[in-house]
Design a binder for this molecule. Structure first.
Ligand SMILES: Nc1ncnc2c1ncn2[C@@H]1O[C@H](COP(=O)(O)OP(=O)(O)OP(=O)(O)O)[C@@H](O)[C@H]1O
Ligand SMILES: [Mg+2]
Length: 396
């Protein structure tokens, strides 16, 4: 038998750094699940061997991105390479039974379905376009047939009702111990939006009374825990700017939320975005990538003008080892003010900004897919098991 190679110090440190990487769906650590097979470091490279339930797992990129970001935070400058292998049936069964045990232990306190994808749209800085992007992504995903929850976590500076052109009131009822909030539902294309915002709850007199004081301070928690999010494929959260209480609450209440960081090419925006990413990573929230908003202006001749500068977001992404997921151009003033987002999507000329956001929605639907879209990976197996446990066997 060959003697085992001694584990080196950097390998130990990398393993320690990966100890809190969890499978985004199953909520169990990749080490516990037996997914992290081996780590080797030599010649400036870390070679991470991963065992997945299936090679084609759609979450593979997300898991690898998180591992890469943890390794490079622990050892800046190290290149990360992956060797991916597939678990055999016994290993898969073991991983599934751990996931089951974990799910039973952490009884859900929210109505957010286990297979839905939660994405928080965040930035360190105000006014970069988080709310616009959240609402537009929601509309684009709903038009593609998804049921999309939109949670306006900007409690004091809510803007989703106006962006969507919704005036309806959400129904809130209950006492300080137990609340029940029904989101406003909007049919969009083949899909549906379910929206909750303080804007629906404060203007109505009786609601305003209910949301006073302590309840108002805990509004984000109520929006997460006491809102009917059943059946949503995606839950998009429009975060307030900065790195305050709501951001901390996100990591505590929704530890599997992926964070989409919005920035602009303006001076200083990258620095601020970096603080946001740092906070998300400290809270162990996976960062999906960066979206550069107001990236350029398309003139009437179809040429791009980088009026706020160019290159700063690429630099930010490479420093943070994050993908630049989209570049959204400036939308025309008239387009933005003359119609609501759903109306603009319906029009013949929605504008370059919405075209880019639709592309981003397509990317997300592919790479951050809700459970129903996955084939043959861990979540699919988990879904099958959940159905079997609830007496409804069979994959639909
Ligand atoms: N791509 C774009 N082109 C032109 N204007 C935009 C674009 N994206 C957003 N805006 C405008 O910028 C302003 C700020 O956008 P938005 O409210 O979405 O930002 P925010 O990050 O949510 O702000 P806050 O931090 O205050 O919540 C709005 O007037 C919006 O219409
Ligand atoms: Mg906003």
């Amino acid at each position: 038998m060959q003697p085992r190679r001694p584990v080196t110090e950097p390998e130990e440190a990398i393993r320690a750094a990966l100890s809190n990487v969890v499978d985004p769906e199953l909520g169990v650590g990749i080490i516990e699940l037996g997914m992290l097979r081996d780590v080797k470091v030599y010649q400036g490279r870390a070679i991470v061997q991963l065992a997945l339930t299936t090679i084609a797992c759609p979450l593979r990129t997300r898991i690898q991105d998180e591992i890469r970001s943890k390794v490079t935070s622990a050892h800046p400058g190290l290149e990360v390479e992956f060797e991916v292998v597939q678990m055999d049936a016994a290993q898969r069964a073991r991983a599934m039974s751990m996931a089951r045990a974990k799910a039973a232990e952490a009884a859900p306190t929210t109505s957010i379905p286990a297979g839905s994808q939660v994405i928080a749209v965040a930035s360190g800085k105000g006014g970069v376009g988080k709310s616009t992007l959240t609402a537009a992504l929601g509309v684009a995903l709903a038009r593609a047939g998804y049921t999309v929850g939109l949670l306006d976590a900007d409690i004091w500076g809510f803007s989703l009702p106006k962006l969507l052109g919704v005036e309806a009131r959400a129904a809130a009822s209950g006492t300080t111990d137990k609340w029940r909030i029904d989101p406003v539902r909007m049919k969009v294309g083949e899909g549906e939006l379910r929206v909750v915002s303080m804007g629906f709850l404060t203007e109505d007199k009786s609601s305003a009374i209910m949301w006073r004081g302590l309840v108002l301070n805990r509004a984000f928690q109520h929006f997460v825990e006491d809102t009917d999010w059943s059946d949503v494929d995606y839950l998009l959260i429009d975060m307030p700017p900065g790195t305050g209480d709501i951001q901390m609450g996100l990591a505590r209440l929704l530890p599997h939320a992926g964070v989409l960081v919005v920035t602009t090419p303006h001076d200083n925006a990258g620095e601020v975005a970096m603080r946001m990413v740092d906070m998300a990573r400290k809270g162990s929230l996976p960062v999906l990538g960066v979206v550069e908003n107001m990236a350029y202006f398309v003139c009437e001749h179809g040429e791009r003008h980088y009026i706020f500068g160019r290159g700063s977001t690429e630099e930010l992404c490479s420093r943070l080892s994050l993908p630049l997921l989209a570049r959204i151009p400036l939308g025309s003033e008239e387009g933005r003010t003359s119609a609501t987002l759903p109306q603009r999507f319906e029009s013949d000329n929605p504008g370059e900004d919405l075209v880019s956001i639709s592309e981003l929605a397509r990317e997300l639907a592919q790479h951050v897919a809700p459970i129903a879209d996955m084939s043959g990976c861990t979540s699919r197996l988990a879904a099958l098991e959940r159905r079997m446990l609830s007496g409804r066997p069979g994959l639909s």
